[in-house]
Design a protein around this ligand. Structure first.
Ligand code: URA
Ligand code: SF4
Length: 219
């Protein structure tokens, strides 16, 4: 029997990418992306935000609940914490290009109409969404990429990426055939998830210290 359902390996944003144009064209096209099933339950595509001349690109995992509603990356609790850490590290959040490895919010609900709970994207979904991130990189050409957590790292450097092994050091890696400078750190949400105040303070200090490495690489 012929199946009408595409095989899961066929998940890809590729056919939705525009042939030409800069960030505005990419953003418009991404709003219509159906490259994987995540668009079905999410409110909207959350594309990257920032200047095409930004020197630094911050890459998160995927939009959260607030980002899904507002259509902008890092505008919820994790974003507020990130902005504070960036400023403390000497990086201006307003000057960064901010985006995510995956452009649609993935979530589960314990019960119908209950709060939406973040669910980590699979490698297949990150791979499907990869062409958008690659296009953003090609337009912005940042001097430095800051990887916020393991998902961002896996999306750009492969599934063997472990944030704990490389965090807080200036890395040089080839991405899509081009050498790129990167600094990896933990995801700001992991700071919010700390068990107690002492843990949270230590995790936050670690994030700021990693971001200072990024600030120094840019100076
Ligand atoms: N977490 C992310 O990784 N990205 C966002 O935009 C918000 C929370
Ligand atoms: Fe397209 Fe990415 Fe959304 Fe999947 S998550 S539909 S690939 S924009």
């Amino acid at each position: 029997m012929v199946s009408t359902k595409a095989p899961e390996d066929a998940y890809t944003a590729e056919p939705f990418l525009p042939d030409r144009g800069g960030l505005p064209a990419l953003r418009r096209a991404a709003a219509e992306c159906r490259g994987c099933p995540l668009h079905r339950d999410a409110t909207q595509t959350v594309f990257g935000v920032g200047d095409r001349n930004a020197r630094v690109m911050l890459v998160g995992e995927q939009p959260g609940d607030q980002e899904d509603r507002q259509g902008k990356p890092f505008v919820g609790p994790a974003g507020r914490l990130l902005d504070r850490a960036l400023e403390e590290a000497g990086l201006d959040p307003a000057k960064a290009y901010v985006t995510n490895a995956v452009k649609h919010f993935k979530f589960t609900r314990a019960e119908p109409r209950k709060r939406r709970i973040h669910k980590a994207p699979t490698l297949r979904e990150m791979t499907a969404c990869g062409p958008w991130l690659a296009a953003e990189l090609a337009v912005v050409e940042p001097e430095l990429i800051v990887l916020l957590g393991a998902s961002a790292g896996k999306a750009l450097l492969g599934s063997s990426f472990r944030v704990g092994e490389v965090r807080g050091t200036l890395l040089e890696r080839e991405i899509h055939g081009r050498p790129r400078k990167l600094v990896a750190t933990v995801h700001p949400s992991s700071v919010l998830r700390a068990r107690d105040d002492a843990d949270r303070e230590a995790a936050y200090a670690g994030l700021v210290s990693d971001l200072k490495v990024a600030a120094r690489a840019l100076s």
